[in-house]
Design a protein around this ligand. Structure first.
Ligand SMILES: Cc1cc2nc3c(=O)[nH]c(=O)nc-3n(C[C@H](O)[C@H](O)[C@H](O)COP(=O)(O)OP(=O)(O)OC[C@H]3O[C@@H](n4cnc5c(N)ncnc54)[C@H](O)[C@@H]3O)c2cc1C
Length: 221
């Protein structure tokens, strides 16, 4: 899996701090960012984050490029509705130079089952090629592809939605692949805008755990 932060709002922290200041001051738009020192940015963001006034975080957005993840991950990711996605098309892309698949660690470490998994994927690749060679359009040949098929995605979320996404998907109990991706995204977002994401992560990083079947291990980033 490869996860990159491709773009983000310029001065993301300051942009959100300006929005917060607007809510609580008599300043006009022309002087809204006057004397907005880094100390004031820290103070404003600290206040809105701890008070739950998270709508101001919607003014900063982050765009990630992700490759080498499965269609199983994609199905979970796209349940997040306050986000924009662009996904490599299985209709238009004919994977003539080869299909890639994701290998779950539990299967990888079981020699016998790994052999069966490899053999299944090899048969899938051969059948997919046979269908394309016979003139079946890629949009129909893809029906035989499993959840393991690898894909590439561009994801854009604003900081509020990212914090929500991280609270669900960085959790120890989240499914391993989306958890791996979410944790990489969190590290990148934190590097770019630490004030927006320093306390982001599963609920146990801030308050109590919400999980019915709690893992019992407080999360460490
Ligand atoms: C551990 C785990 C297990 C899961 N298991 C299943 C499962 O078995 N079956 C299944 O179908 N899904 C499952 N899901 C997916 C889950 O139900 C959500 O679809 C997914 O996590 C997206 O979360 P969300 O709706 O909070 O977030 P988003 O879509 O990212 O939305 C963010 C927030 O915006 C608000 N919002 C968005 N849309 C609306 C709306 N229409 N009305 C009101 N408020 C809205 C809500 O406050 C929401 O929390 C699971 C998720 C997790 C983390």
């Amino acid at each position: 899996m490869n996860v990159k932060l491709l773009k983000s709002t310029k001065d993301a922290e300051k942009t959100c701090a300006v929005a917060a200041r607007l809510c609580y001051s008599a300043s006009t738009i022309d002087n809204i960012d006057e004397n907005l020192t880094s100390e004031k940015v820290i103070d404003l963001l600290g206040k809105v984050i701890s008070s739950g006034h998270h709508s101001v975080l919607e003014h900063a957005s982050f765009t990630f490029g992700v490759e080498g993840v499965s269609r199983a991950l994609l199905a979970q990711l796209t349940r997040h509705r306050i986000a924009s996605f662009s996904v490599q098309s299985q209709r238009y892309v004919k994977f003539k130079s080869g299909l890639d698949f994701v290998f779950p660690p539990t299967i990888k470490k079981d020699e016998k089952l790994l052999k069966k998994y490899n053999s299944f994927l090899k048969n899938t690749k051969n059948l997919y090629k046979e269908f394309l060679d016979a003139g079946i359009p890629a949009e129909d040949a893809r029906y035989i592809l499993p959840n393991a098929a690898a894909t590439q995605i561009i994801i854009t979320m604003n900081a509020r939605e990212l914090r929500h996404f991280f609270s669900l998907r960085c959790c120890n109990r989240a499914q391993w692949e989306i958890k791996d991706m979410a944790r990489r995204m969190l590290n990148l977002a934190r590097k770019e805008a630490p004030l927006l994401f320093e306390d982001a992560g599963p609920d146990c990083a801030r308050k109590g755990c919400h999980e019915t079947f709690a893992c019992g291990k407080p999360w460490k980033s």
